[in-house]
Design a protein. Sequence first.
Length: 189
Amino acid sequence: MDFLGNHIEALVFCSEKPIKVAELKSCLSEMFEADVPEQDILDALNKIEEKYLGDEYPFTIFKSGGGYHFLTKPAYQASISILLKQQSKKRLSTSALETLSIIAYKQPVTKSEMEQIRGVNCDYAVQKLLEKELVEIKGKSENVGRPLIYGTSEKFMDYFGINSLKDLPTPKDFATEENEIGEPTEEDS
């Protein structure tokens, strides 16, 4: 690993959220008091990714939320799921997940539009989502009373491991063929 790669690896490691290439470039350019080419940063990120592919590391560098961060590998899912289960107090409730889904697919959306879709009051769920920084206020609607409009945040992208709203599943991803009979076979795949 080269000198630049070590600095990039340290920056990715210490960043609380996925760090973007532009942020890496800005930080490195200031540190070295010279412009660091973006391609050099991308090459170093690729070398770091290759470094962590081996089985001796339980984590790897991963791109999501428009930036890079370290995540554990799927082989360690069982032990991590135990930890997450023990920390389940921090998980999203069903009502918060439903509200978050509405915001993600319908954004920008007002609270009254969410409540019309869900059929119940969304105040508590929206407040919890704002506290967890999964949604953010995007402005005010031009409708009567100028209600606040909500949308997802970058933390939402990171939380669900996606880079864009286009990565969200579409309704057809959940639909099944109406004319199917029996269980799918290998030939159907």
